[in-house]
Write a protein that binds this ligand. Structure first.
Ligand SMILES: NC(=O)c1ccc[n+]([C@@H]2O[C@H](COP(=O)([O-])OP(=O)(O)OC[C@H]3O[C@@H](n4cnc5c(N)ncnc54)[C@H](OP(=O)(O)O)[C@@H]3O)[C@@H](O)[C@H]2O)c1
Length: 316
């Protein structure tokens, strides 16, 4: 185990990345507090003996103050890809970061690991990226009383992701045909357990204080190649129709009003920026990130055919 066991509050610990990270930190013997709006979301974490699941509204400053009091470190993973009603990017990313900074200062907690995103920038092309950039700016401005570390991943894949699983589902439902916006946008997909490992390594490493780590997998690929890699692992047919930008924008506008918002105009604007690393953050943390080809079959591969030449209706 790396270092002494710590008391850690993981905001956003019930989600896709959070679940991998909380499991990883629990393996190191840390005691972990995970607030959630809905405890059902964190039910799978209850089996971990050092995890405390707390129903809480992290946007309430008093509640946030109580959650972080007595912690050695706080990890903020709270994030949304789409706005819903009053849950705007500003509120969930930038305003929450400000409230968290005030709570950390009052509770004299210095260590903060902040999940950001590649391309986060106050001048970025989408509200998502701008709000992530604003959160970073607030945190940098508080550096005098804070030992912060930023993590800026490309898209993240792994069991339970909403990337490869969603594409595999769409290809199944559409018979393999997929009209795709921004098909040439480039990514370096990174495995969720490698992201969790990056956080775990940085936690008690003083060299990471004040640093930013871009997290990418070893392969740069276009969105089209990402979908094809997913289709291959899932055993799906795949015919991709790359959409010119004006049609892609229209597709995003239409899909953005459907339940579940499969693609929004803000997502489209994020896709106008390549999501690839300029700095090998994983390697700086001593990590060798894994490829999609190594991992996808473990959760997307179709079940093997039954033995004995069985076909439909039992006719061989
Ligand atoms: N997945 C990716 O490909 C990717 C890539 C780059 C960066 N990121 C960033 O990584 C972080 C985690 O992403 P993820 O994929 O794990 O997301 P996720 O599965 O959707 O989980 C989001 C987490 O944030 C919490 N949350 C969401 N909306 C909230 C709100 N309005 N108020 C309070 N808490 C809220 C949820 O807690 P509840 O239990 O309360 O629901 C949940 O634990 C996010 O900051 C995201 O921007 C993800």
């Amino acid at each position: 185990m790396a270092g002494e066991p710590m008391n850690i509050c993981v905001l956003g610990g019930t989600g896709f990345v959070g679940s991998a990270l909380v499991n990883r930190l629990a393996r190191d013997g840390h005691w972990i507090r995970v607030p959630t709006r809905n405890p059902v979301r964190g039910e799978h974490l209850r089996v971990l003996p050092t995890v405390e699941l707390v129903t809480a509204n992290v946007h309430d400053p008093g509640t946030l103050g109580r959650l972080v009091t007595g912690m050695d470190a706080v990890i903020n993973l709270v994030g949304i890809l789409n706005e819903h009603g009053r849950c705007t990017f500003r509120l969930v990313h930038a305003a929450l970061a400000q409230k968290l900074l005030a709570a950390l200062k009052a509770a004299r907690v210095r260590r903060l690991l902040q999940m950001s995103a590649l391309g986060a920038d106050v001048g970025g092309p989408s509200r998502y990226l701008r709000s992530k950039g604003e959160a970073e700016a607030h945190i940098r401005a508080a550096a005098a009383h804070l030992d912060f570390t930023f993590f800026r991943p490309s898209v993240i894949f792994g069991p339970g992701d909403s990337l490869t699983n969603r594409f595999a589902d769409v290809l199944r439902l559409s018979g393999g045909v997929l009209p795709l916006a921004r098909a040439r946008a480039r990514f370096a997909p990174v495995y969720v357990n490698d992201v969790a490992e990056a956080f775990a390594r940085a936690l008690s490493d003083r060299k990471t204080h004040g640093q930013s780590y871009e997290l990418c997998g070893p392969q740069v690929m276009t969105l089209e190649q990402l979908v094809r890699t997913t289709a291959q692992a899932a055993g799906r047919r795949c015919l991709i129709l790359g959409l010119p930008d004006p049609i892609g924008r229209l597709q995003a506008a239409l899909l953005g009003v459907l339940p579940g918002k499969p693609l929004t105009l803000d997502n489209f604007r994020s896709l106008t920026l390549d999501s690839v690393c300029t700095d090998p953050g994983c390697e700086r943390l001593g990590l060798t990130p894994r490829t999609m080809a190594q991992i996808l079959p473990s959760y997307l591969a179709p079940p093997p055919a039954p033995p004995g030449g069985f076909t439909s209706f039992g006719v061989t």
